[in-house]
Design a protein around this ligand. Structure first.
Ligand code: PLP
Length: 293
């Protein structure tokens, strides 16, 4: 029994139709499946309303453009997403209300049928909700190369959220075998990049000055919509903003470090390679407040 609700956008129903997720829906030769050739967005719905939909749509548009994939008409996509969200099974209740995880996927499809789009909605996972409260133990791991170097070569798809997430999933299995919950990738010279599925945010206070840092999003990492929303709110609240470069020592000396992403929101990093980091739940609440707007 699947807990996932699926809406497919088809030629007959471009605004999407509910389909039975327990039946075969994807062609065995779909290139999203066989090659990871496609793009996606993962979003959070609270009380059956998708949060920061505009920011996700804008990143999806960019990803689709980078991969030469067609984007459904905006109004049709919005209706398909809302249909899926409205039809989903009950989600867990949190301080935000009822929570669901919403995905939009655009796959290359088959050469015969071409690209296609679908939306899935499932109740948010209890692990993710727990990690918001308990935080995560993170491990620094090399990315293997500096993604900023990819930016000059469009075929390397820098900044696109592609379906090719096998490396992101593999690093999570790796850290799991080594007693941690999450990874923070670094370049060979130990510059901080991003989490496996999240952006890194660092808070530093000295006297009256309060600064939030994140690695420069234009440098080949995925520009996070959560980090973007938090920085927007923080700027209005008087924080200074810094865009790296950050090194492990900056995290060890910070007042707080988080991994930020749309569904988990803000997970405080409790340990870096086993060393405890400073925690500040009042700061976490403050940054969460910027996400509420
Ligand atoms: N970086 C990577 C590699 C990600 O996969 C994600 C989200 O999945 C993020 C950052 C955070 O992006 P967002 O805040 O838009 O969810």
């Amino acid at each position: 029994m699947t807990h996932t609700t699926v809406v497919m956008l088809t030629q007959q129903n471009p605004a999407g139709e509910l389909v039975d997720a327990s039946t075969p829906l994807i062609n065995i030769e779909d290139q999203g499946l066989t090659r990871g050739d496609g793009v996606f967005e993962t979003m959070l719905a609270a009380n059956r309303k998708v949060r920061k939909f505009e920011a996700h749509l804008s990143r999806l548009t960019g990803s689709a453009r980078i991969l030469d994939l067609p984007l459904p008409q905006e109004e049709k996509l919005r209706s398909a997403v809302q249909l899926a969200v409205d039809s989903a099974l009950a989600g867990p209740q949190t301080v935000l209300g009822e929570e669901h995880t919403v995905k939009i996927i655009i796959s290359r499809g088959t050469p015969e049928e071409g690209a296609h789009t679908w939306v899935t909605v499932a109740p948010s996972s209890p692990t993710i909700v727990r990690q918001r409260q308990e935080g995560v133990r993170a491990m620094l791991l090399p990315r293997g190369h500096d993604p900023a170097d990819d930016s000059a070569y469009p075929w390397l798809l820098a900044g696109a959220k592609t379906l090719s997430y096998a490396v992101n999933m593999s690093v999570l299995r790796y850290v799991g075998k080594h007693g941690a919950d999450d990874a923070i990738w670094v370049t060979d010279d130990r510059r901080i990049l991003e989490g496996a599925t999240s952006s890194v945010i660092v808070a530093k206070r000295s006297g009256d000055q309060r600064v939030l840092y994140t690695p420069e999003p234009a440098h080949g990492i995925l520009p996070g919509t959560t980090q973007g929303a938090i920085f927007k709110g923080a700027r209005q609240a008087g924080w200074e903003l810094g865009y790296g470069p950050l090194y492990p020592q900056d995290l060890l000396e910070a007042d707080a470090v988080w991994l930020a992403s749309s569904v988990r929101l803000l997970a405080p990093v409790t340990h870096l390679n086993g060393t405890p980091l400073a925690l500040d739940s009042a700061l976490t609440d403050e940054l969460m407040g910027y996400l509420a707007g």
